[in-house]
Design a protein around this ligand. Sequence first.
Ligand SMILES: [Zn+2]
Length: 108
Amino acid sequence: MPMPAYPLYCYTKNCKHEAEYKIAARWSDGLQSELKTYGLVCADCLADWFWTARDKHKRCRLAPGETLEPPGVYHLERGLRDQKLQRLTDVEERLLSHAGPADAPSGV
Ligand SMILES: [Zn+2]
């Protein structure tokens, strides 16, 4: 199945922007691995979703043998399989360098 041709929009309710990033974490049970998607978001909403995903990740229960990496930020590109998505570690570091979800200044 090819990816849909229509644009992917930000998951935030009432946000009209196209999604630019995928928040996802690599999950594995030792045999298979896949990207578990937390959200598709635009640049404005990225920080909120990133921290929400980190929070969800902390509370996630895993079965024995399962591993789930902390959620990361991937550059969303239509038509690319999850395995090929580029992980934006510089963006993650920028987000992590802020104190946390509360009181984080918006913008730069
Ligand atoms: Zn948005």
